[in-house]
Design a binder for this molecule. Structure first.
Ligand SMILES: [Zn+2]
Length: 382
């Protein structure tokens, strides 16, 4: 019993040590001991284990703190021995990144899928991408795990219950990939993974950890994830498939969903209807910036729809801050004022003064970085 308790404490200390080193990059045993309030002897023992396991390496600093002619021994994560893979599946892309333990990138590959609704094709493509990556860039490295992110409802077992944009139903993605690889596989909703990246990169989560936060991913579709009571809510959060008006049929089978009015896909439809030929979201953005009033109105309406729907969530949960991410958030200046105005109008009075809407601080590869963090922190807990 006592041995079990000791081993639990040691495991917990080891996890805290690894988290500390990840966030400080290069540090020393003495700094870890002081910051975590754990004895120097315990820290030395944990660090020695981690050095033996090649998770840490020692670096010798030539700094002014040289004592008795000896350079000080600092420690850092070993960024050459282990690797973590992330895969982001979207309607128009399958992207892969191989990360080091410190989050540096070893390898990237981006593919434009030809048959995204066919889950078998997508799984075969992922397997080929991972095998190519391992052969080309990771021959001398140990793969810890692979995280996969995609839009839709994904349960805690890695089963994709329904991905409206990909048209997938009950695809047991984790199990199918588990059969092919002998490292850890995790599958999660892409917006939850984006929120995971945000938590590690946005100072807001450190300065105000008690805030309840709604993260809205405005991309091809609209995803949402909630930071509630200091953790990512693991249940369903599908803001894009709440009713927002009209009767346009949605990929989910319903009609009038927010996604039919305010997503990247909806913008492209509205823009194409406006100019009379197929245009991309970025072309519509350019048109609006060049002063085209009708194009500007499309963004104004997009902001209004988002504002009302976001206000509904704020009123139900008591959200303190809304963070917007995804490709369409790059056009935020075109719809910021209509979104804020409608949101402010519709939140309950008690929440109006504290209403805060911000842009995500993570600009690139936030789904993939979220995959990396998910696998990394699981690894730290082992
Ligand atoms: Zn829908």
């Amino acid at each position: 019993m006592i041995i079990n308790e000791l081993s639990t404490v040691r495991k917990s200390n080891r996890y805290e040590v690894l988290k500390y080193i990840f966030s400080h990059q290069i540090t020393s045993r003495i700094d870890i001991s002081r910051s975590l309030n754990i004895s120097k002897m315990t820290i030395s023992s944990i660090v020695q284990d981690l050095l033996d396991e090649k998770i840490l390496i020692e670096v010798f600093s030539e700094s002014t703190s040289i004592k008795a002619g000896r350079p000080i021994r600092s420690i850092t994560l070993n960024d050459q021995y282990f690797t973590i893979l992330g895969i982001d599946i979207g309607v128009n892309h399958i992207n892969l990144i191989a990360y080091s333990l410190t989050g540096d990138i070893f390898y990237t590959q981006n593919i434009k899928p030809t048959d995204i609704v066919n889950s078998i094709y997508v799984i075969d493509t992922i397997i080929t991408m991972v095998q190519e990556c391992m052969e080309l860039a990771l021959k001398d490295k140990i793969v810890i795990g692979l995280g996969v992110g995609l839009g839709g409802i994904v349960d805690s077992s890695g089963m994709v219950i329904n991905s409206p944009d990909l048209q997938w139903f009950n695809v047991n993605l984790k199990e199918l990939l588990d059969q092919r690889f002998d490292f850890q596989i995790e599958v999660d909703n892409c917006t939850r993974l984006m929120l995971n990246s945000e938590i590690h990169k946005n100072p807001l989560f450190t300065t105000a950890p008690d805030k309840n936060i709604l993260f809205v991913n405005i991309g091809y579709g609209i995803g949402s994830a909630i930071f509630l009571n200091k953790e990512i809510y693991s249940g369903i959060s599908e803001l894009g498939h709440t009713y927002a008006g009209g009767n346009i049929k949605c990929f989910c089978g319903s009609q009038g969903c927010l996604e039919t009015l305010a997503s990247g896909n909806a913008l492209e439809q509205l823009g194409s209807d406006l100019v009379g030929y197929q245009i991309s979201g970025s072309s519509l953005d350019n048109l609006a910036r060049e002063g085209d009033v009708e194009a500007q109105k499309i963004y104004t309406h997009l902001g209004e729809h988002l504002g009302i729907s976001i206000a509904n969530v704020i009123n139900i949960i008591g959200i303190d801050t809304v963070i917007l991410g995804g490709g369409i958030s790059n056009s935020y200046d075109l719809f910021h004022s209509s979104l804020y105005k409608k949101c402010h109008q519709n939140v309950i009075n008690v929440l109006k003064p504290s209403l805060q809407i911000e842009l995500s601080v993570v600009k690139n590869d936030s789904v993939l970085y979220g995959c990396f963090l998910k696998i990394l922190f699981d690894f730290f807990q082992k």
